[in-house]
Write a protein that binds this ligand. Structure first.
Ligand code: HEM
Length: 502
């Protein structure tokens, strides 16, 4: 299409959309039902101004909650979105009436670029239920929560510790080594192999996923105006992201081909084998089957995307708090030294004795709140909540940060204080409001895996090394904390790892 013709088509479409939006506005105003509160919005642009009014979007979100209450409506571009804040509203909608809010909105552009909208995070209804059941059962078969997986994680822990040793007490950034390690834990489960620390394929995949997460963050206009992706050039960076995703998809397809070639029904070794085994059993003419190659590619990509950046970002935050709070790091080390010693790696069995270490991990998950706004949900049918009519399919964003930073729940949410999770008689406290993995029917599928990894990697790191800021400096939260959308990760910071036993 030449540029002039493209301009005419684009302006006609935009004109029609404008009329359509104006009609929605008029219809909404005529609606006699109780209207959800929310800021006035500008057609086409939505409430971008309100969300971007602060350098840190969490401040804007807290202000909106304060002004409009726990359930309010926003417009992101032309799309209406309902934001749900505070534990009570989240409990009411996603726990008590969880099934009614367990769909995802119709495949949005982000999910389509990632996996054709077919992976576990994007699907709804029976497809979602069947995928979730199969993935959880298969991951359990391959050791989730069992010692077989712990042995594999320990192998990765040892490689990780050697990698830290190689830094030779010089300054380094934690994200790179830990991303490879947690990526390798998923790799063991998914395809039965692992990457070396300098593997170019892994670096490409990690880079593609973190660019993707930045891109789908709440602010990208092309997500809400998909037509913008046809503008010549790559103003919104969508073409480069799509290319990167194609490279990752090619790599996943190679893995599947390798598995198909050596497939042996009597020797099912990993998730891909287990899925292929089901593919061979079911009749693929049955159109509702989830056991197709397309679904397999999408699920594998989802598991890597959902399981790598989240866990490695949390771990990177943990290394920040270790380096910036030597008092807390000493308490963790003393506990490990007392209950495990230094001759063997801490194991899952030790969890019951390493209460303060567990509390430290919970406090990192709480205060870093890496998923500020959860993945969008959608009502399965039209529903009524607190007198508000909520239409089927609308995007609902649970505001996890509003719960994890609520002063009514935590008292001093801004302070890093692991002791809040330890009772006076030394037991671990798990408040209902502790929801970094969200809650209800659609909560994180990898929560127990992530907690197992964080425990085994963090306890081993502190057992072996003293984590320190750069010589003669201190690390301050103000220098690393910002949230602009996507996963809440710290700005780059550098630390040293000093071996405790030479
Ligand atoms: C610290 C690490 C992690 C955090 C904080 C985290 C958090 C979350 C959150 C908030 C959601 C959205 C729930 C919702 O729909 O509202 C989610 C979904 C999900 N997570 Fe995690 N996650 C972590 C690690 C993992 C790992 C290791 C996996 C591994 C396999 C994983 C797999 C998934 C999947 C597949 C979903 C989609 C579930 C569904 O749609 O039913 N996550 N996670």
């Amino acid at each position: 299409m030449n540029t002039a013709l493209f301009g005419i088509v684009l302006s006609t479409i935009l004109g029609l959309l404008f009329v359509f939006l104006f009609a929605i506005l008029v219809l909404e105003q005529r609606n006699n039902g109780r209207k959800l509160p929310g800021p006035a919005w500008v057609p086409l642009v939505g409430n971008r101004r309100e969300l971007k009014s602060d350098s840190d979007m969490r401040i804007a979100l807290r202000r909106l909650q304060h002004k409009y209450g726990d359930i309010y409506k926003l417009y992101l571009g032309p799309s209406p979105v309902i934001v749900v804040c505070g534990y009570e509203a989240i409990r009411e909608m996603f726990i008590k009436r969880g099934i009614e809010f367990s769909d995802r909105p119709a495949a949005i552009l982000g999910a389509i670029i990632l996996n054709g909208g077919k992976g576990i995070t994007a699907v709804s209804g029976d497809t979602w239920k069947n995928q979730k059941r199969f993935i959880l059962a298969t991951l359990r078969n391959f050791g989730l929560g069992k010692s077989t997986l712990e042995n594999k994680i320990h192998r990765e822990v040892n490689l990780f510790l050697s990698e830290i040793e190689k830094q030779n007490q010089a300054l380094f950034h934690m994200m790179s080594p830990i991303a490879t390690s947690v990526g390798n834990v998923i790799s063991h489960l998914v395809f039965g192999g692992h990457f070396s620390y300098d593997d170019a394929r892994f670096k490409t995949m990690a880079d593609a996923f973190s660019s993707f997460l930045r891109f789908v963050s709440i602010g990208s206009p092309v997500i809400f105006w998909p037509i913008l992706r046809f503008i010549p050039g790559d103003l919104f960076g969508i073409k480069i992201i799509t290319q990167k995703m194609q490279v990752v998809r090619g790599f996943v397809n190679e893995l599947i081909d390798e598995h198909l070639k050596k497939f042996d029904e009597r020797n099912i070794e990993d998730f891909i084998d287990a899925f292929i085994s089901e593919m061979k059993k079911v009749d693929n003419r049955e159109s509702r089957s989830i056991f197709t190659r397309e679904y397999l590619v999408a699920i594998v990509m989802d598991l890597f995307l959902a399981g790598t950046e989240t866990t490695s970002t949390t771990f990177t935050w943990a290394s920040f708090y270790l380096a910036s709070r030597p008092d807390i790091q000493n308490l963790i080390f003393d506990e490990i030294n007392e209950h495990v010693g230094t001759e063997r790696l801490p194991s899952i069995q030790d969890k019951q004795n390493l209460v303060y270490t567990e509390a430290f991990i919970m406090e990192v998950l709480r205060i870093s709140s890496i998923i500020v706004l959860s993945v969008a949900h959608a009502p399965v049918t039209d529903v009524c909540i607190r007198g508000y009519r909520i239409p089927k399919g609308i995007r609902i964003l649970p505001d996890i940060h509003s719960v994890l930073s609520d002063p009514k729940v935590w008292g001093d949410p801004e302070n890093f204080r692991p002791g809040r999770f330890v009772s006076e008689d030394g037991k671990l406290i798990k408040p209902d409001e502790f929801i970094p993995f969200f809650t209800g029917k659609r909560n994180c599928l990898g929560a127990s895996l992530a907690q197992m990894e964080l425990f085994l990697f963090i306890s081993a790191l502190v057992q072996r090394f003293e984590i320190k800021p750069p010589e003669g400096e201190t690390l301050d939260i103000k220098d690393v904390d910002e949230y602009v959308g996507g996963v809440h990760s710290p700005k780059p910071f550098y630390i040293r790892a000093i071996p405790r036993h030479v």
